[in-house]
Design a protein around this ligand. Structure first.
Ligand SMILES: Cc1cc2nc3c(=O)[nH]c(=O)nc-3n(C[C@H](O)[C@H](O)[C@H](O)COP(=O)(O)OP(=O)(O)OC[C@H]3O[C@@H](n4cnc5c(N)ncnc54)[C@H](O)[C@@H]3O)c2cc1C
Length: 408
């Protein structure tokens, strides 16, 4: 019989403890400052690069952990430190995974090193899919990529929005429409190399939370890139488009909305980030409840407070189990027949929102001030139910997967 365990192995424990040390010693002490500055924390990213946390090697090691738990364990610890700074550290990974998943070996070897730079000259990357009129509804994307055969170049035009590291990245990965008739099946991903003319940063957003992470519009005006910047190459794209056209003609498989169908495998990682933020707020609230006295006794002596903490911890552990299940399934090649990836992201992100709100309440007036970290954690937690598919979209994906019905 196969051995079943939920215990991390020695290597995983070692990585977890090492990341926890970095989160506690470097990230958490810097969190308030960078939240107030609302700027990318370059010195912290550089520190992470120096110790090897900000690097493709580290990310790949966790990504290829055979149990699937490398990424969720890493995300939980880094986001326990601080969500905004941690997103600045792992944001490049989102673009890098796009290249790893769709790029040729040559593209991977050329572009991923330029996304990270090195410890003396740190670089960032951005993944640009969302647009002003195409958020949850990815199929309504308008950014166009047109092939100029004579020059073997692609020409990109459009406006991307909400791009993490958008405009300040060395390398941008841009999703664009190559065949508008095919909905999201007519999309392709492109590398925009450093300093390409025509790519500029639009508005930088002033945000409610994760303020140490840079979020901005990316404007593409006649951006010309070599044919070699199409991820996966032209031959593969032509074959894929021909298959999609054939299916559309024969009335076969419906052309699905990408927001409903993709990202299922990356969602547990966002769930793990949410678990990290929730755990951080819970720990602060637990300590506070044990030390703050009112009516002559610690406030945790009241069931009204103690039961809240019991519920908070139970939900956090349940969220982690859903995240670990989905991460294990993705790595083991199991099909998400019940949208388990979406389930994990939905439950963990809603948990982070509710647990951080309870933490603010348990700290009373102090919870409402910037003197204590739960105020920031509560603002940060709000992102998890929005990006990588909102909670409503997760519910749609789950309900459609379970029922097979086109629920709207
Ligand atoms: C800080 C931040 C960082 C981000 N980083 C990136 C990034 O790096 N790259 C990138 O490409 N994108 C990024 N995003 C974009 C993010 O993925 C989108 O914001 C998200 O997909 C939601 O799209 P939207 O904001 O347009 O909301 P909308 O799609 O307009 O949704 C608005 C509301 O309507 C609801 N809704 C929409 N459709 C339905 C439906 N069919 N049924 C029920 N309810 C529905 C939504 O759930 C939501 O509550 C980021 C966003 C933020 C805020």
């Amino acid at each position: 019989m196969a051995e079943f365990t939920l215990e991390l192995n020695d290597d995983q424990k070692q990585v977890r403890d090492w990341l926890h040390g970095f989160a506690a010693d470097v990230i958490r002490p810097a969190a308030s400052e960078w939240d107030e500055r609302e700027e990318t924390p370059w010195p912290v990213i550089q520190e992470a690069a120096k110790v090897g946390i900000y690097s493709l090697d580290f990310y790949a090691q966790q990504y290829f952990d055979p149990t699937g738990l490398g990424i969720p364990v890493a995300m939980e610890e880094l986001f326990w430190g601080d969500a905004g700074i941690a997103l600045s550290i792992v944001g490049t990974g989102l673009a890098a995974v796009g290249v790893l998943a769709n790029g040729t070996e040559e593209q991977i070897g050329t572009w991923i090193p330029q996304m990270y730079g090195d410890a003396d000259d740190v670089k960032l990357a951005a993944f640009c899919s969302s647009e002003p009129d195409a958020g949850s509804d990815v199929a309504s994307m308008r950014t166009r990529a047109v092939y100029d055969e004579a020059k073997d170049e692609w020409v990109l035009n459009g406006t991307k929005t909400w791009a993490t590291n958008g405009g300040i990245a060395n390398v941008h990965v841009v999703v664009a429409v190559v065949d508008p008739e095919l909905g999201s099946k007519g999309h392709a991903s492109f590398i925009v190399p450093p300093a390409t003319p025509g790519l500029s940063q639009g508005q930088k957003f002033k945000k409610h939370g994760i303020r140490a992470s840079h979020t901005a519009e990316v404007v593409l005006e006649d951006v010309r890139i070599p044919g070699s910047c199409l991820l996966g190459g032209k031959e593969k794209l032509d074959e894929r488009l021909a298959r999609a056209r054939e299916r559309a003609r024969s009335g076969g498989e419906r052309v699905k909305n990408a927001a409903m169908a993709t990202f299922e495998a990356s969602r547990p990682a966002v769930g793990a980030m949410a678990v990290g933020t929730a755990r951080a707020a819970y720990e602060v609230a637990l300590d506070y409840a044990k030390t703050r006295s009112q009516f002559g006794r610690p406030i945790i002596d009241n069931q009204g407070i103690a039961f809240q903490l019991a519920d908070m911890r139970t939900r956090i552990d349940a969220a982690r189990l859903l995240v670990w299940r989905a991460s294990w399934m993705a790595t083991a090649g199991k099909q998400f027949t019940s949208a388990e990836g979406s389930m994990s992201k939905l439950f963990a992100s809603e948990t982070a929102k509710s647990v951080t709100a309870q933490a603010v309440q348990i700290l009373g007036g102090n919870g409402f001030t910037r003197e204590y970290p739960v105020e920031r954690m509560h603002r940060d937690a709000a992102i998890y139910t929005i990006f990588e598919g909102t909670s409503e979209i997760q519910r749609l994906v789950i309900a459609r997967t379970l029922s097979g019905m086109p629920i709207r």
